[in-house]
Ligand binder design. Sequence first.
Ligand code: AHR
Length: 515
Amino acid sequence: MKTALMAATVLVSQLSFSIGSAQEPGKNSAIINADQGKLTISRHIYGHFAEHLGSCIYGGIWVGENSPIANVRGIRQDVVAALRRLQIPNLRWPGGCFADAYHWMDGIGPREKRPSIVNTNWGGVTENNHFGTHEFMDLCEQIGTEPYITGNVGSGTVREMEQWIEYLTHDGKSPMADLRRANGREKPWRVSFWGLGNETWGCGGNMRPEYYADVLRQFQSYLHNFGGNRLYKIACGASDSNFGWTDVLMRETTRMIHGLSLHYYTVDWANKGSATQFTEREWFKVLKKTLGMADLIGRHSTVMDKYDPGKRVGLIVDEWGTWYDVEPGTNPGFLYQQNTLRDALVAGINLNIFNNSCERVRMTNIAQTINVLQAVILTRDDKMVLTPTYHVFDMYKVHQDATLLPLDLKSADYSFEKDRIPAVSMSASRDKAGKIHVTLCNLDPRNANTLAIDLRGAKTARISGRILTADAINAHNTFEKPDAVKPADFSSAKLTASGFEVRLPPMSVVVLELD
Ligand code: AHR
């Protein structure tokens, strides 16, 4: 079976280079109105998520001060350097489902005295609490990123959450600020992003939306702004198409919150499938499912508009990404999966959707940063691999805090069997230095797609680019071959009288820079 699947994959990769473009001329075109940008693509759309799950924290980030792996105060330095390079704007922690089982006071003070607990959500392993509040805040400072902490609503108390914020951010004399000082941190930290529970409709308490709305109203009443710290309170939102949840939360809590979350994974729960052994059928299925993100954002936004027409409350997609079967032989509770060119396309499509929805979408967090689900980094002992998804984040980081440029894309279809989806995904922005960046994905693994782009309202003299592609749909990086999939210079774009033209090779992600 495995051999048959591999053969199919190889066949697809060979075909992709022999067939060439079958698009009718003129079907791929776009207009970019470069002088009509009004909205900012928040850098927080490029956020990350690290949970106490599998080897995301322990092994992936935290190795301890006595580890032979290069570390600063127990935090591994190869990972810090890689995440700094990505300019990740925020990091969500400690979960996920783990957040509603986590009691923060277990994770402060001398490490050898911290109690151990059982991680009941993820594999039933022992959690020794060596990575706690101080270690997480140290990690954020080392990376240069903002913390996004999810508080415990499911099994925690109002007092516990109130005290955590006081411990982190109180700048004067107070019981919790004094405890923080006793534990070695004089100055308060700044923590703005604060989640009030996670998946409270499921692992975070199995609540009904009406009940959670009341609990949220109570909890948020005790979360204070100390000193210069200003909280951005994020309510737990819906999963997928649960628009009723969004409606109740917006109806009952709009004036008390700053953000409402949405979780949407690219997954078929009945048949998750392998991360690396798949045919074009699964490639198509996964990309089609990913495109569903745009529809979900649109529909949840419509519900939010009813209660918040001024769009003050942000839609926070704080969990997204692919979810496949775990790698053979690994703990099913650890959610460890490989990452291929298909995942790069998933990331590129999602990030284009988020950019284009930035009027309502203010933050997103890929699940998860290291060794879990659609990871940007995989580690094994002292080795580290950057996944194709990492490279997409690297290519797209030019959009952070740039002005979204409105565009009108007319894409050809990518047809598979009796189904079809648009072949091209795209977004564009102008950065503070005036440079225009366009990110494009060609979803079709067999055909190149050429686009003629009418660039209105801007004069450009130069075009350059980078591309991420490979010769097989399941190409991926391993500890033995860490650079099998990596970006390269791209020269198939040229300026034209009205803008530019670009030829996207099959199954590729491209970033263009124009100035
Ligand atoms: O990311 C893995 C899990 O998926 C998270 O803990 C949970 O919030 C979601 O169900």
